[in-house]
Design a protein around this ligand. Sequence first.
Ligand code: SF4
Length: 223
Amino acid sequence: MQSLSWQEQLAQAIRKPTDLLEFAGLEADSIGYSQQAIRQFPVRVPYAFANRIKKNDPNDPILRQVFPYKAEEDKATGFINDPLAELNVQPVNGLLQKYNSRVLSITTGACAVHCRYCFRRHYPYQESSSSSEHWQASLDHIKNDSSIEEVILSGGDPLTLSDRRLQEICLSLKNIIHIKRIRFHTRLPIVLPARITTTLLKQITDNDKSIIFVIHTNHANET
Ligand code: SF4
């Protein structure tokens, strides 16, 4: 698996709950899973991450993040689809601004892993993202507001984008004098380490801005 490219590893990710259970050494009958949950949010787990699941343990902390347990069907009082009210803070499509100095771009809806707890699980990526066709509007907003010093590239996971697309985004921000920092909010160094290539790092660091990786990890067993 280590010799496969990150794209090949992503293509081979586990996509069925039964395959995930089998990989974890567990019986489907003894656990059960929610069909409704996987219709809403399909299973996706790269083997690089699945390899960290301890075998024969239905309560393994890695498995619990990615397996669609029946409990997902439980109703929770006060549950809403947009818990951070992100749809109310978008000056343009897919660009979130909660603070004067900082914006967050929804660069893509794609992720390498589907975390069952994700707070953007119901986010309308189709209508509201800064994907390439909407990026210019985000860029114009950033250019026109000199109070913005920091751009967070989020999603989805920005590192699921191609090297070329990430380079385009970074270069387009390079020319904006008031931008000081570009932050990548990503889970890929944990769930798909092969994504971090020399080429990627070279392309995104060809920039006078500070390039910062904010790595999303939840449990000591993930590393
Ligand atoms: S990687 Fe992040 S955005 Fe993607 S499903 Fe997990 S928590 Fe959500």
